[in-house]
Design a protein around this ligand. Sequence first.
Ligand SMILES: [Zn+2]
Length: 321
Amino acid sequence: MKKPNMILSIRLFLYVFLSLAIVSECVQGPQFWGSLGFPSCDGDLQSPINIDTEEIPKYEYNDLFNFKHYDDVASRITVTNNGHTLMATFDYQPSKNRPSISGGQLGGTFEFEQLHFHWGAQIEKKYSGAEHTIDGVRAPLEMHMVHRNVKYNTMDQAVNHTDGILVLAALFEMNTNNVMPLLQSVDIVHKMVEPFMGNATLKPRPLSSVLPEDTTAFFRYRGSLTTPGCQESVEWVVFEHRAHVIVGQLNMLSKLRRPDQKLISHNFRPTQSVNARKIYHMVYKHPGQVTAESASAGLRSPLLAVYGAVAAVVLVCNSRL
Ligand SMILES: [Zn+2]
């Protein structure tokens, strides 16, 4: 009779130990991630980055992304405070109608998995919490729409391949009138999701409703997850045009709590070195109007390039990206 109890005790100890280790690793400062067992976090293709618009030329293109099922109304939208961010998942009926993106020289089809937010504390009446900065300026809020390459069955598989993940990133600007449609019912959402793992069901709407009005102009580059294990598996698309958020919605986000009940005061990673990477400023032109340097010649080689093997580190924080 003693043996099973002992095994149970050992299992319990290991569970608690591993849980504490994971929590500790995930909440440590980003500068320590590399030495805490996530070597990819010290790689050369890390995200987020500062986008210096003076330094990068504009590329005119006419091969628009093909957004499929983006206008379909989700059967259910659930937002959850996972202790690090507010994450929204969308259900569809039938499930094969999940939104996806192809075309635009992506080299595959990428299916929508989840979206989540990065924000910061209010300092001198100014919010500053986006991950990517534009010309050194940090927007109040950034949304990441995470997509998985359909050639991989799961996110755990996809994050370990250089062509595994596509993230559409939208930066927000403060607006007194235009609310972010997804979090329209601020009071309800706040009440439900303030505690760790609290969740709320939102009014069904199409995924396209959360996109900025104009998605044809964007910055594009090769990068990584912005949380451990920082796998360099992400094609980043950062829209040039801003989405809108009101102060009440930002206040709601800044009141969410971590597992230890402390506020998630900010959840953005500092910008990382660009190193030898090329960043593309893509601007849509109707077919026949492309006059500047063609995008295709410059884009194809880095997109198809095979980067160094990504270390197969333990995937403890991947849902947060
Ligand atoms: Zn993110």
